[in-house]
Design a binder for this molecule. Structure first.
Ligand code: NAD
Length: 492
């Protein structure tokens, strides 16, 4: 099939003007290769979390618009599935270059809508870009298997085939990386894709869609709808959708897993976390404290792989005052301000929830060693800021330990032995990521073998796998059979 290719190395983003907001912009739907204004009468405001000013609005797509998006995915599927794997690979090869060329603009949108620092936002794009680069190795990933002479005069072949129309539902905390976990892998395998970004941070996904179109993806291979529950239910129920990728909270993920599975879909759901950093007294103190501070408070703790819980083993508990001193030095500011180490939380409700969980620590007998609840950021007095907070003397039965806080809050427990620490980690329902800090090889091996957690770092605080390996997660952090990216190529 012939197609005229327009490759722009720089895209002038029309969703948000570069500097001032004279009027509120409406985020478009992306249907059948066109960015279209929704006819919906239900819209959601998008806020800058550093100021709480309204910067845009996103539609809750109408039923007719969602139907049109699915019809477009369905129409595009047969030709896209038959497009040679080399041609699909070429689209992805061009795409990775366009993402690189536009990385700073995507990051700017992320900081504007999500609040994280520009450096973190660039990291967000970069980690997604790595998945796109990995998708370019589709020619190896989609190889099947053969066995000659399986019986007399008979050979056996297995093929990896696209499923059809797939869908993605994304969270707010990684506006570029997580959508890029979803549609590039599915599409390079020959599937078409319906994406529903987080209604709080749609801008990066819209720009990524434009870049994909400019890379040569045919009309209809990617469609984007916006909305909340209605859009999610539509995806779970629609008979033409064969598989769903979800990343977000347990509340939404368990619901989507159950409802989508009930309709016969393949569902992968990456959900909440409570990641523990176990600090052994033989660890390199300097590195460990720096890494703990970065992993607990970076991105305001709004990372599913944040190290939100420290277990100090034996003499390591003496390092607590120094940990507090380091956390105090972090600069809290709007994400686009020079020198900011962490930005605001996503909404005033998120701030209130985090503050309530800190309160619960005090009420249940823990000690607040560093309290970020009353922080004021000059020039951004209306922002959703919480400063780094450290809660010590925490016990596993306390609310601040049991719940995912998703803010710049480190809860600290103490044990005498590594065995006790392992028992605590395995007793927690979540199993997304964890790290041990030690110079003892035997302790590192024991820990990495005995913890029931998907991703384990040894002196690596945030062990997110590179895309040639899958992002895993175990127990309450994951539902489904195939993980995101890696050799599992989820949707073929
Ligand atoms: P969220 O669950 O509120 O939203 C995720 C998506 O689900 C959004 O698109 C939203 O529109 C939709 N949604 C929200 N509530 C829903 C409901 N009740 N029914 C149906 N759909 C619903 O999550 P969030 O606040 O955007 O993201 C933060 C969460 O995501 C944290 O729990 C974090 O740990 C998790 N997360 C997990 C991973 C991972 O890989 N395990 C990665 C990033 C984030």
């Amino acid at each position: 099939r012939a197609r005229i290719l327009q490759v722009s190395s720089k895209v002038n983003c029309t969703w948000y003007p570069a500097s001032s907001f004279s009027s509120v912009s409406s985020v478009k739907l992306f249907i059948d290769g066109k960015f279209v204004e929704s006819k919906s009468d239900r819209w959601i405001d998008i806020h800058n979390p550093a100021t709480n000013e309204v910067i845009g609005r996103v539609p809750q797509a109408t039923k007719a618009e969602m139907d049109a998006a699915i019809a477009s995915c369905k129409r595009a599927f047969p030709a896209w599935a038959e497009t040679s794997v080399l041609s699909r690979q070429q689209v992805l090869l061009r795409y990775q270059q366009l993402i690189k060329d536009n990385l700073k603009e995507i990051a700017r949108l992320i900081t504007l809508e999500q609040g994280k620092t520009l450096a973190d936002a660039e990291g967000d794009v970069f980690r997604g870009l790595q998945v796109v680069e990995h998708a370019c190795s589709v020619t190896s990933l989609m190889l099947g298997e053969t066995m000659p002479s399986i019986t007399k005069d008979m050979d056996l072949y297995s093929y990896r085939l696209p499923l059809g129309v797939c869908a993605g539902i994304a969270p707010f905390n990684f506006p570029a990386m997580i959508p890029l976990w979803m549609f590039p892998m599915a599409m390079v395998c020959g599937n078409t894709f319906l994406m529903k970004p987080s209604e709080r941070v749609p801008g990066a996904t819209m720009l990524l869609a434009k870049l994909l179109q400019d890379s040569g993806a045919p009309d209809g291979t990617l469609n984007i709808i916006h909305g909340q529950h209605d859009a999610v239910n539509f995806i779970c129920d629609h008979p033409d959708i064969k598989a769903i990728s979800f990343v977000g909270s347990n509340q939404a993920g368990e619901y989507i897993f159950e409802r989508g599975s009930r309709h016969g879909k393949r569902v992968q759901a990456n959900m909440g976390a409570k990641n523990h950093g176990v600090v052994m007294p033989d660890a390199n103190k300097e590195n460990t404290l720096n890494q703990l501070v970065g992993a607990a408070f970076g991105a305001a703790g709004q990372r599913c792989m944040a190290l939100s819980t420290a277990i100090l083993v034996g003499e390591a508990k003496k390092w607590l005052p120094e940990l507090v001193e380091r956390a105090k030095k972090l600069r809290v500011n709007a994400g686009d301000q020079p020198g900011a180490d962490l930005g605001p939380l996503i909404t005033p409700q998120a701030k209130e929830r985090v503050c309530n969980l800190i309160d619960s620590g005090t009420k249940e007998g823990a000690s607040i060693l560093l309290d970020g609840r009353k922080i004021k950021v000059k020039g951004y007095e209306n922002g959703n800021f919480v400063g780094p907070t450290i809660i010590s003397d925490v016990k596993p039965n306390m609310t601040c330990y049991k719940e995912e806080i998703f803010g710049p809050v480190l809860v600290v427990l103490e044990t005498e032995t590594l065995d006790e620490a392992i028992k605590i980690v395995n007793g927690n329902p979540y199993g997304n990521g964890t790290a041990i800090f030690t110079t003892n090889g035997a302790a590192a091996r024991k820990y990495s073998h005995l913890v029931d957690v998907g991703q384990v770092g040894v002196n690596v605080p945030i062990p997110v796998p590179l895309p040639m390996f899958s992002f895993t997660g175990s127990r309450s952090s994951f539902r489904g059979d195939t993980n995101f990216y890696g050799k599992q190529v989820p949707m073929s």
